[in-house]
Every structure is written in C-alpha cells, then in structure tokens.
Write a protein that binds this ligand. Structure first.
Ligand code: NOJ
Length: 478
C-alpha cells in the first residue's frame, strides 16, 4: 500500500558519494597511493580491469558537482575525504596542501549554496604506506587515524558539522579480511575480521573522544559511524528458531559494531556465545572474538551521537539445520543460519528491491537501541547498463523505499532525521568497476570530459525533495 504524507520540515534530504569512487586524480598534485589504487592497477582484480584513476574526475570538477547538487535541491551532500590525498604517507608530517585546498573549495562551494556537508573520514582508501605497516591489523592505526581525524576537525570543522568516522566497518572487516575480495585481500574468515573489527571500534571511539574533548564545544557538530545493514527476514515467521536466526544474523552483521557503541561497550551476547563456543570446540585457548577490558568498554560505549547506516536490500534467513562444523568459517556456519543468498559475493550489486525491509530495519533499530535519531546515509540500486537515462526501475526503487521510510516515521514513530540516495552520479563500484551503475546522473566514462547528464530518477528525486517526501509524478507517468 502506498502511504501519502510528508516528512517534517527539518528532514534532511541528500545524496552520497565517496572519494575513491568519484575523484580520480589518483596521483595528482602529490596525492599518495591508496590500497585501492594499487589493487586496481593489477590486471584481473577488477571487472573489465577498470580503475578509479580518473573516475568522474571530480578532483577537477567541483563546480560541475555542485551544479548537480543545486539542481537536485538537496539539503546535504555526503562525501568522503581521501586520507592519502591529505596525508600522502598517512601521517601528519606529510600534509599535501593541494589536497586540503580541494576539499576547502568543495566545502566552501557547498556552504555558499546552503548545502550541508556530511563528511566521512574513512571510506576504504587507506594510504598504502599504512598498509605497509600492517593496516587495520595493527594497533598503530588507532593513533594514526586519530591524528588524521584531528587534522580534519581542525581544518574543516568550522564548516563541517556532521562527521562519519568509518564507512561500513562491517564490510571492511568481512570483505577485506574474511573472503579477501577487497584489499588487503586477507582470507582468514575465522579470525581476522574479528581482530580488525576490534581495532576499528577502538579507532572509531578514539576519534569520537578527540572530537568530544577538543572540538565539540567550539564546533558543535555530531559524529557517528555508518554500518551496512540488510534486513533479515525469518523464512518461517511462525518458527521461533527462524526468528532467532534472523536476529542472530543481524547481531553478527550490525550489532557487532552498534551493540558496543549504542549499548554497553561490548559485543552482542549471542556473538560472544557462538564464537566462544565454536572456538572451544576447536580446542583453541581462547575465543576468536577478542575481549574488551572494562576500561575499553567504558571508552567505546556511547561514542555516536546519531545512528547512521547504509542499506540496499534484504535477506531471508532460517535456522541452520546442517550438522555443526566447528572448523568451517563459512559465514553461515559461524552464525548457524541459512541465507537465501550468501554475503554479497561481489560488492553489493544485483540486489532485489525489498522496500518493506527498510521499514523493518528502521523499527529494529528503534527497538534495539531505544529510538535514536536515525540517518539513512546510503540507499539506492545498481543497474547493469551502460546508459540508463530512462531509469524507471530506479524511480520505482526510490519511490517504494522512501514510502516505507515515511511509514516508519509517520506510523511507527521511528525517529528518522534524514535520507540520502546513493549515488549523486555513476561511479567506480569497487571490484565491479563501472558496471553496475548507481547514479542519479549518468557519467559518460568514454568521454575525457566526463559529462554529467541527469537521469529521470534525478528529476523524480528532486520532485520528492521539493515536496518533502510526496511525489506527484508516478513512475509510470514519467
Ligand atoms: C556501499 C558503499 O558504501 C559504497 O561505496 C558502494 O558503492 C555502495 N554501497 C553500493 O554498493
């Protein structure tokens, strides 16, 4: 059923992007290489051997990007800062003033047009120099990330009032260190993701406290992290074991990071129990899931001012009846679930739209974490098509997802504050290269000028924004 209504006046509509996916200029003006630059330069790693070397050339197109944002009428733009563009070696003894100037131009341009910047500090493009000392498997990264964040607060915080520390830490942990699909391509699903997540959580908390201690009083912004969430629907809703399995799936996927932050500084009980138990069956001396000290729990608890997340689709989950195999780190075995389709095998493409799943995710967050203010930071759909200017499927996607978000707000009382579409424009979709495409604007990647053209979905989204959630145009009428 379609629900007619509008969001509150102060609802914040936006679009999202990330540095490595749009900027290009991979070695321009002294930028250092990131792990993604190096990974994409090895033939065979990325679909079609695509790279982000030029991408949308946003490094040279601040004006063009702002033009699109103005045409959409967005209230905010969520983008990320490339750590190696600002600190080429990852450390604050190598500040690249050209990189700083680029982000100042972008931020000033946004402010001049009344567009609020939402800035991600880390969207996967780790400076290679820091990977060389162990990357996120090294505790040193906690200090180094903090020193980068501190510089960004000091440099941009007079104008940036909404910070995201880490984009999709759960995807980094699983795809970077579990199945090894993303750089640094570590394939140790039983242990490395847990170790890395432990460090990412500490790094996030450190940065939060730096903001709190040094900048909040004078700058007055908010800061959060941004996990990836897929709604998990129990296969047989009348079977309590499936309900439990679906919740267990969400705890392993999301609670992993948000339970410590929004609850008690510690991992979900079911994770501690499951991983601990399976480790014991393996005769390991301790759980593969690391343990926080009381001091660390106190330090991590409460380190997010708002609840941000990205979502694209949903999964059907049931209780696993396969024989317990403690030595299999296959994700479903570890969680004791069966999933209709397994963890995204290549990035996040070919997802089915399950709009009602968004309403359920929002209600789950509300119930689980006591109705925090929520921002949907990424939502959208990728299509395998070189040109999809007439993107009716994308319009359908946005129409139904935004309507379910509206129901969650109006009918269910979810404290939803904002909605961002992924993405402003077609861009580099990680290991999938330039196919599929998620943009509201089409980019012609064969043309060196990278011309930007609005798709029908851009016109539709602008209409939604103008009417604060209500779209008079129906997708089939466009
Ligand atoms: C997840 C990531 O944050 C973003 O970088 C990616 O392009 C989209 N979602 C779509 O897969």
């Amino acid at each position: 059923m379609y629900f007619y209504g509008t969001f509150p006046e102060d609802f914040t509509w936006g679009v999202s992007s990330s540095a490595h996916q749009i900027e290009g200029g991979w070695d321009a003006d002294g930028k250092g290489p990131s792990i993604w630059d190096n990974f994409t330069h090895v033939p065979g790693n990325v679909n079609n051997n695509d790279t982000g070397d030029i991408a949308c050339d946003s490094y040279n197109k601040v004006e063009e990007d702002i033009y699109m944002l103005r045409a959409l009428g967005v209230k905010n733009y969520r983008f990320s800062l490339s750590w190696p563009r600002i600190f080429p070696t990852g450390r604050n003894n190598s500040i690249n003033s050209y990189g700083v100037a680029y982000y100042n131009r972008l931020i000033d341009g946004l402010i001049a047009n009344n567009i609020t910047p939402i800035v991600t500090l880390y969207h996967w493009d780790l400076p290679q120099a820091l990977q060389d000392i162990g990357g996120w498997e090294s505790n040193e990264l906690i200090d180094l990330f903090d020193s980068f964040a501190d510089f960004c607060f000091q440099t941009f915080g007079d104008r940036v009032k909404f910070w995201i520390t880490i984009n999709e830490p759960n995807v980094i942990s699983r795809l970077g260190y579990g199945n090894g699909l993303f750089p640094p391509n570590v394939k140790e699903p039983g242990s490395a993701p847990y170790r890395v997540a432990h460090i990412l959580l500490k790094a996030h908390a450190r940065v939060y406290h730096t903001y709190d201690d040094k900048y909040r009083a004078s700058q007055g912004g908010v800061i959060a992290l941004c996990p990836f969430i897929s709604w998990a629907e129990p296969k047989t809703p009348s079977d309590p074991r499936d309900i439990e399995a679906a919740d267990r799936y969400l705890q392993f996927l999301v609670g992993w990071f948000t339970h410590p932050i929004f609850k008690n500084g510690d991992y979900p009980e079911v994770m501690k129990w499951k991983v601990g138990n399976r480790s014991e069956l393996q005769n390991l001396p301790s759980s593969r899931l690391p343990v926080f000290t009381a001091e660390e729990r106190e330090y991590i608890r409460g380190t997010a001012d708002v609840f941000c997340f990205n979502t694209y689709s949903a999964k059907i989950v049931s209780h696993s009846t396969t024989r317990l195999r403690p030595f299999s780190y296959e994700y479903d075995q570890e969680v004791s679930v069966t999933v209709d389709s397994s963890w995204p095998s290549s990035a996040l493409s070919d997802h089915r739209p399950v709009a009602w799943g968004l309403r359920r995710v929002l209600n789950w967050i509300k119930e689980e974490y006591g109705n925090p203010p929520i921002y949907i930071i990424e939502n959208g759909v990728g299509k395998k098509a070189k040109s999809d200017i007439d993107d009716n499927a994308r319009i359908f996607y946005y129409k139904t997802y935004i309507d379910e978000a509206l129901k969650a707000y109006k009918v269910d009382g979810v404290n939803l504050k904002g909605y961002n579409a992924w993405s402003l424009m077609d861009n580099f979709e990680w290991v999938d290269g330039y196919d599929p495409r998620f943009g509201l604007h089409q980019i012609d990647f064969d043309n060196p000028n990278r011309p930007r053209t609005p798709k029908r979905s851009a016109v539709y989204y602008a209409e939604i924004i103008r009417n604060n959630g209500r779209a008079h145009l129906h997708h089939h009428q466009l």
